[in-house]
Design a protein around this ligand. Structure first.
Ligand SMILES: C[S@@+](CC[C@H](N)C(=O)[O-])C[C@H]1O[C@@H](n2cnc3c(N)ncnc32)[C@H](O)[C@@H]1O
Length: 374
């Protein structure tokens, strides 16, 4: 991360290896051999602290590179483990929350998301006998931080970029709630189930939402613990630039496969968002509720004036150029389709679509989407 300039990143979305979850013991011990010894001596809390000390320098770098007003979203689960016969919780989210706050980040309300598990062994402890049974651990945290004070969009170009990045009103009601029950696995084709389990990948929907909630189109997104590349994939689909770092060389092919299949999958994802919105509009009309505004590019009704310029940049092509850089071309917005009164200006590019339709103009991500292995 040394190559990234100070104050250059708009948003960090990441999920580190989880301290005290056994699948990550090796990766921590490779970075600090003391951890292996301490685990063999069955000193759970000491190992927990040493593992977090492996992550701390990465968080410090994150603080350096994030812009004033930029956000950081960290997906993390707590761990439970039995050492010396004692079943114990290792509160990863608390340790990371404290460290980032000490670094100078402002903590914001976090999101809990429910992990879907039907495993029969999810209940822990003494079964139906009190008092030795423990509640299941089926949620993870998305810790949210801001650096400095509120982000400002001062010039007209930035304001327009922000307006085009709006999300639908009905999505806002769901996405900006503090508990997510509806986040499911990965997108079809992004990577298979075995790869996901082996790599601890988070759901595409989770990172896609966070990117669309905490950044604007053309922003720069960073993931210092890239894994299978989900953050870069979701950044590409959202029209953002991105950089990711991954220490495990064996994931390189998996990342490249995921990114080269994202064009079709991502465009289908966008189409689904639009068709969900059209379903919402239909229901709203059936219940005789008013919808006041129209989106200027698609012509469909929207609840708030802030959604009038919302636009999905469909991916036109993804080119891999040397040194693990991907260049993405997008369909760009038509100049305008409806005027302020809702009168149609251009009928060619603005017929009411059930998929994004726009002119043949395109733009490319300025900085590209970059994967760095080290
Ligand atoms: C929980 S996984 C991330 C999964 C990712 N969000 C995804 O969707 O695939 C954490 C990743 O961090 C990597 N990692 C561990 N220590 C690292 C370090 N010091 N720097 C960079 N990556 C590291 C691991 O190899 C692992 O792939």
């Amino acid at each position: 991360m040394r190559d990234i300039n100070n104050f250059s990143v708009d948003l960090v979305v990441t999920s580190p290896p989880y301290p005290m979850i056994e699948m990550w013991d090796n990766i921590f011990s490779t970075q600090n051999p003391e951890i292996k010894k301490v685990l063999e001596q069955k000193k759970g809390m000491h190992a927990f602290e040493l593992m977090h000390q492996v992550l701390d320098p990465v968080w410090s770098e994150v603080y350096r590179v994030v812009k004033e007003g930029g956000f950081v979203c960290i997906n993390i689960g707590d761990a439970t483990r039995t050492i010396n016969g004692d079943f114990t919780l290792y509160p990863n989210h608390m340790r990371i929350q404290r460290y980032l706050t000490e670094l100078g980040f402002t903590p914001l309300p976090c999101i809990l998301w429910r992990k879907q598990t039907n495993a029969p062994n999810k209940f822990m402890g003494s079964g139906t006998l009190p008092a030795g049974a423990y509640v299941t651990l089926e949620h993870e945290y998305i810790l949210v931080f801001r650096k400095g004070s509120k982000r400002k969009f001062t010039n007209e170009v930035d304001k327009k970029r922000r307006r085009k990045s709006a999300i639908f009103w009905e999505e806002r009601n769901n996405w900006y709630s503090d508990v997510w029950f509806d986040v499911k696995g990965t997108l079809q084709n992004l990577n298979d189930k075995v790869t996901r389990l082996r790599s601890g990948a988070y759901p595409f929907e989770l990172v896609y939402r966070l990117i669309n909630m905490y950044s604007a189109k053309e922003d720069l997104i960073l993931d210092p613990f890239l894994g299978t590349g989900t953050t870069i994939a979701a950044s590409m689909v959202s029209g953002r630039n991105s950089i990711g770092f991954e220490i495990d060389e064996t994931l390189k092919d998996i990342i490249n496969n995921a990114l080269s299949s994202i064009e079709q999958v991502g465009n289908r994802y966008i189409t689904n968002r639009i068709s969900n919105h059209l379903d919402f509009v239909k229901l709203r009309k059936q219940s005789q509720k008013q919808i006041k505004y129209k989106n200027i590019y698609y012509g469909f009704p929207v609840i708030m004036s802030q959604e009038r310029e919302l636009y999905f940049n469909e991916i036109l092509s993804i080119k891999k150029i040397p040194e693990n850089i991907y260049k993405v071309s997008y369909l760009d917005t038509p100049e305008s389709c409806l005027d302020n009164e809702g009168n149609e200006i251009s009928s060619i590019s603005c017929s009411l679509p059930n998929r994004p339709i726009g002119p043949s103009k395109s733009f490319s991500g300025k900085k590209g989407n970059q994967l760095v292995l080290f």
